[in-house]
Design a protein around this ligand. Structure first.
Ligand code: AMP
Ligand code: GLY
Length: 445
């Protein structure tokens, strides 16, 4: 098969890395890509990353399967456009992408389906919003309705702060993403990510994982796209999974079907577990970043037949050409198989991120990491002399493994220590909750 990955972050590097190992894949392309992806996939010449240009390329190259990383392409309807031309593409269609691209829509769907989530109101003008703020308890959460590159959620500790934030959001701080604002009850608990492969009816879960959204050690400082992640999570028990399936996943899939929304792709459920009960904080319609890096590292199963089956809608020749039969539905496919132990990644970022930062710093030590460590690239590029340079806020996701969480932490940070670039920044406590859980369990034994 010829496979085409769309995106340029650590998530897409991890997906491309896993896809490149597939039995079924002869040729792998990625666009826009980055310096790390360029080592394992071809970066084609494409004029720009518009849906039209990407579609032209896929038709020209007779791509058998396209895999979409980021949500903005999905929200723009890239899947609808590819499918209209008979191309097989892994990702959700435009209607389904609303689950992420409109928080007000997601909340309304959850309310109708009776899915546990924080109490909320949706407002479009300051006066009615202010009335809600006045009557609320603090802290309180304000969310710009639309896509705001992960920056649209603000936790406000006082009424004054909330008033100020609400007026800024409605006043255009996040452009049109903030014309509607969701005002939401603050939930206190442990945050977990659960990603599912689904064709809208059948579900294949990935392991529970945990991101670290805050910039600094001890979960303090600004909210970021994620500073590190690990998988599995001990609190993500099979009992919790069953609860989520019963109270969140199944009601959601049923509700989407009722609305005539076909959901094929990844369903990312952002959970807050409060006293053992799962509440949905958000849905994403794509793989999480950086959760995907340790998840792909830990996955033993070949992911490509799963993508292929979930993407459905066949008109390509890949099924006939493959030397082994490919499944056309995930219903009959085995559960995903995982390595034992823990996988984790630490994000190495440019100093200043998520606010202003510099680019173009030479990265050293990439070739010195241990054999079983994989450094996924996010914001990197290479120059003419073959140096790898920083080219974004989140630069590298250093990913490794251990039989225990302590061993995973030690292995990962040992490799982080080998990599250097000017003004690099990373958290020192990724997976701290799991390490503390383990210490407490050891103490009580
Ligand atoms: P979201 O983009 O909705 O995931 O929000 C970003 C982050 O804000 C989440 O990962 C949580 O850490 C936090 N957050 C969002 N909603 C709530 C809530 N209702 N209660 C507490 N924290 C929240
Ligand atoms: N890791 C959080 C996200 O991908 O949205």
């Amino acid at each position: 098969m010829k496979v085409f990955v769309i995106g340029k972050g650590g998530r897409e590097h991890a997906l491309a890395w896993k896809i490149a190992q597939s039995f079924y894949v002869d040729e792998l392309f990625c666009f826009p890509g980055n310096a790390g992806i360029a080592e394992i996939a071809k970066i084609p010449e494409i004029a720009d990353d518009s849906v039209e240009s990407l579609l032209d390329f896929a038709i020209r190259e007779s791509i058998d399967l396209t895999v979409v990383g980021p949500e903005d392409y999905l929200a723009k309807g890239i899947v609808d456009a590819f499918e209209a031309k008979g191309l097989r593409i892994f990702g959700v269609n435009r209607k389904a992408a609303q689950l992420e691209s409109s928080k007000a829509f997601a909340k309304e769907v959850m309310k109708t389906a009776g899915i546990p989530t924080a109490a909320y109101s949706t407002v479009t003008d300051f006066e009615s919003g202010n009335a809600v703020l006045k009557a609320s308890k603090y802290p309180l959460v304000l969310k710009a309705d639309g896509l705001a590159a992960g920056k649209g959620v603000i936790i406000c500790s006082t009424y004054e702060e909330a008033q100020n934030e609400l007026s800024q959001m409605l006043g255009g701080k996040f452009k049109s993403a903030g014309t509607k604002v969701v005002i939401e009850e603050f939930l206190k608990g442990e945050e977990l990510s659960l990603l599912l492969l689904t064709d809208g009816t059948n579900v294949k879960p990935l392991l529970f994982s945990q991101d670290h959204k805050a910039l600094n050690d001890g979960d303090t400082g600004l909210n970021t796209g994620g500073m590190g992640a690990y998988t599995p999570v001990a609190s993500g028990t099979s009992e919790l999974y069953e609860k989520v399936d019963k109270t969140v996943t199944q009601p959601l899939l049923t509700e989407l079907k009722k609305r005539g929304i076909e959901y094929r792709g990844i369903l990312y459920i952002g959970l807050m577990v409060v006293k053992n009960e799962p509440y949905v904080l958000e849905y994403n319609v794509r793989f999480g970043d950086p959760e995907t890096e340790p998840l792909m590292y830990m996955l033993i199963s070949d992911i490509v037949p799963y993508f292929y089956a979930v993407a459905g809608k066949d008109s390509s020749a890949a099924a006939d050409n493959a030397t082994m039969p490919l499944f056309t539905s995930i219903e009959a496919m085995p559960e995903l198989v995982w390595r034992s132990g823990y996988g984790m990644c630490v994000v190495m970022a440019s100093g200043g991120y998520p606010e202003a930062y510099e680019k173009g710093k030479v990265i050293s030590g990439l070739d010195d990491v241990d054999k079983n460590c994989v450094v996924f690239h996010a914001g990197t590029k290479s120059d003419e002399s073959g140096n790898i340079l920083t080219d974004g806020g989140r630069v590298l996701m250093v990913t490794s493994h251990g039989k225990t969480i302590e061993e995973a932490i030690e292995n990962t940070y040992r490799n982080v220590g080998k990599i250097k670039f000017e003004k690099m920044y990373f958290r020192h406590d990724i997976a701290h909750r799991e390490a503390e859980r383990k210490q407490n369990a050891d103490k009580n034994r």
